[in-house]
Design a protein around this ligand. Structure first.
Ligand SMILES: Cc1cc2nc3c(=O)[nH]c(=O)nc-3n(C[C@H](O)[C@H](O)[C@H](O)COP(=O)(O)OP(=O)(O)OC[C@H]3O[C@@H](n4cnc5c(N)ncnc54)[C@H](O)[C@@H]3O)c2cc1C
Length: 421
């Protein structure tokens, strides 16, 4: 046993003697951000992460809104975490027609997700949260309809850790959620993502994100190419079909992507699902809250889950703190968590679900027509002049006066530029 194993074991013994008030399952952005906010409020918090290293493996493009990060007090991030910033996005139809929006200043960035996750965990640890790596939560401790803690696996032994609340931040797998009475995410709304690194890409603008639309290459979602400052790029897509085959097709056949990737060396391919069905119908029960991908807190249009999950995780932390103060961890009190999340997201999620549905049903021909029309009416210039692109469903209402498909495309572009993917 090495010294870090000894430290971990000693801490497990300590844990059993001194009951933490909040246990967080998973050290992804939602889990660590919940832990950071709980610790800042003085709630003794322990985070369990099944992997030996935070942020590894990574399966995310890390494309985030600068403004949203700023609102959370997280931007500017340390330079080494931010791989690039973007003031431009190029959207391509399957025939290669390009619709570009160029803004005056960078609105999105791409972060190294491993470093970003570590950064959040370090902040949480500095605020007082404890992290136990290499520690998988096996199951929940349930008693009289209340979640009372978790069972962890350690050295082939199972240990029980009791606490006042459990925050489930397991990610899309959400295994513990199935032990509660809560319904899990809609599997029919899941798309399958692939993300990879590309060296030697060609004809790529350093300040522009490339977005490849159309069923022909990425049915039910889209493909992307995100250049890094160092000349490499992140490339990927998500689809309702086979992600490996779709990726190969994008790389070999797409009129623009195949050219950009013709000399590229593709490495680090990883596969992971994305839930586009909107948040699960109930995200809390007695002594338990689900945050992030575990609660399907992901944008149905663009699949962006980092900011959405973290925003909800902060609310979860505040509600847990209030619940502990009032000594009421019942679902009746914890329902405030969902109420506050819905105040922020509910309208937008409804609009985004409609847009996703429309995008999924329209043909590639129609998408192309809409893009050409948007270009003819100068929508690219209009969007480029928007000083503050905000992530608000209300914005959609303004473009609704246009033909429906044009409005849907325009709003998708807006969402892409404001947050995403
Ligand atoms: C290909 C792809 C590209 C994407 N690109 C973007 C993007 O550009 N921008 C964006 O905003 N979103 C993107 N997303 C979505 C984003 O990755 C997720 O929404 C985000 O990672 C969710 O964070 P989370 O903390 O909820 O879960 P996760 O990041 O999945 O973290 C969950 C953590 O819990 C741990 N864990 C799980 N079970 C247990 C257990 N039982 N015990 C202990 N630990 C456990 C896991 O090891 C993991 O560390 C992308 C997704 C995919 C698949």
């Amino acid at each position: 046993m090495n010294s870090s194993d000894r430290k971990t074991k000693a801490y497990h013994v300590l844990l059993m003697k001194h009951k933490p008030e909040a246990l967080v399952i998973g050290a992804g952005p939602a889990g660590s951000y919940a832990a950071l906010n709980l610790a800042k409020l003085g709630v003794p918090t322990t985070v369990f992460e099944e992997h030996p290293e935070i942020g590894v493996p990574s399966h995310c493009a890390g494309h985030l809104s600068i403004r949203s990060l700023g609102k959370m007090g997280l931007y500017p991030l340390p330079y080494h975490i931010v791989e690039n910033e973007f003031s431009k996005a190029n959207f391509y139809s399957p025939t290669g027609f390009r619709f570009s929006v160029h803004l005056k200043q960078p609105v999105t960035c791409t972060v190294n997700r491993t470093l970003f996750d570590k950064f959040l965990a370090e902040k949480a640890e500095a605020a007082g949260a404890r992290f136990l790596l290499n520690t998988r939560v096996k199951s929940l401790i349930l008693d009289e309809g209340f979640v009372r803690g978790v069972r962890i696996k350690e050295d082939e032994e199972t240990r029980e850790i009791f606490s006042k609340t459990v925050v489930d931040a397991e990610g899309i797998s959400s295994r513990v959620l199935r032990e509660t009475s809560l319904s899990t995410l809609k599997t029919s709304s899941v798309v399958y993502g692939v993300e990879a690194d590309a060296e030697n890409v060609r004809n790529v603008e350093h300040d522009a994100v490339e977005v490849f639309l159309g069923k022909a290459y990425a049915s039910g979602f889209y493909g992307w190419l995100i250049p890094r400052r160092d000349g490499t790029a992140k490339v990927g897509l998500a689809t309702t079909g086979n992600p490996k085959e779709s990726f190969q097709k994008l790389k070999d056949k797409h009129p623009v992507a195949s050219e950009q990737l013709s000399t590229a060396k593709i490495t680090n391919l990883s596969f992971h699902p994305i839930s586009l069905g909107g948040p699960i119908s109930q995200t809390y029960t007695n002594g338990f809250l689900a945050v992030g991908d575990a609660a399907s807190q992901v944008k149905p249009t663009t699949g962006g889950g980092v900011v959405f999950g973290m925003t909800c995780a902060k609310i979860a932390a505040e509600i847990v703190y209030n619940a502990i103060q009032k000594n009421d961890l019942s679902e009746n009190f914890l329902r405030l968590y969902q109420k506050r999340c819905e105040e922020i997201w509910s309208f937008d999620v409804k609009v985004m679900l409609r847009i996703r549905k429309t995008l999924n049903t329209i043909s590639d021909k129609k998408i192309e027509k809409a893009m050409r029309f948007c270009s003819r009416i100068g929508l690219d210039k209009t969007l480029g002049n928007i000083e503050e692109i905000d992530f608000q469903g209300q914005t959609f209402l303004k473009v609704l006066k246009k033909p429906a498909i044009v409005a849907v495309f325009a709003y998708f572009v807006l969402l892409y530029l404001s947050a995403n993917p």
